[in-house]
Write a protein that binds this ligand. Sequence first.
Ligand code: ZN
Length: 339
Amino acid sequence: MVNLNLFIERPFAIFLVWMGVAVMTLGASGTGAGEGDGAGPAARIARFSGDKDAAISFTVDDGFKGATDELSKAFEPFGFKVTWYVNPGPTTEDMTGYKGRTMWPQWRALRDAGHEIGNHGLTHANLTQLEAQAAAHEIDEAYAQIEKHLGTPPFSYCPAYGARNEAVDALIAVKHRAQTGARLFYGGDKWTLEKANRWVDAAIAKKEWIVPMLHSYSKGYAEFKEPGAFDTHLKYVKENEARLWVAPFATVAKYVRLRDASKLESRPVAGGVELTLTSELDTRVFDRPLTVVVNAPGAVRAEAKRAGQSEPISARVAEHRILVDLLPGSEPVTVSWSK
Ligand SMILES: [Zn+2]
């Protein structure tokens, strides 16, 4: 079910991007332009949404029904939205041909509740052991079936067994915009609450995006020896939510890709700043707004408005700064505030 080589002690994740270099650790945060009153740039793109220090994307592989039932129940009270990597081959609409997997209606319900349903391959085959044509079928037919049953295609791919190479990456990248890399192994004999909580601490300290990998809760492959300890861990994650962005893999991947491909310019105007946020990426695909942080010591109230739009953009004041969530676009945005 999973390549044990994937187990990593390093408390942070590496992820893949489709920009020539296959593997990279999370890069520097966005650059800001323009000068404030000597206190650093007037505005910058936040490393993560909401200007949080770190991000965590829980991922659950293989979609066995017992695991989905138990884990969705565990995440629910905390409001955490996660990524479920499914194998469409053994997935059915109803009990006809049922193979122990979560059925499509439940995936649709989880998707509707804000979770991501990602592609884990048609039959959970090891892509590196298939001929190119068979590997492409394993990837593309799964993509087509997810699109058919959910109405929307998957954004991200998780290779079964973590098995990948350059050729496989290229096949996945034809239709998918992101794929998982090394993840943190949750469950099984080696997982402990203390260790998992330290992974969260380290992610916040190092400003990293971590990606836990789960398979089951109380029974099944890599189940938790004491399932309650996982709930306690989720509570710890929740307690750190002010500094930790909890979101599905695709959501964070979209943010990170857009962040690193966007350019922010700012210039002072009467009562505030004018921001121009542009990107070469298609914001219809990378549709996760970026958080722009404007230095505004003493600000009490703030507002933001995009040129040519009547609807104001939400702007929040937090600790001498203003946070504005924006999609890149050609029209400038004026942020103004009062003290
Ligand atoms: Zn798997």
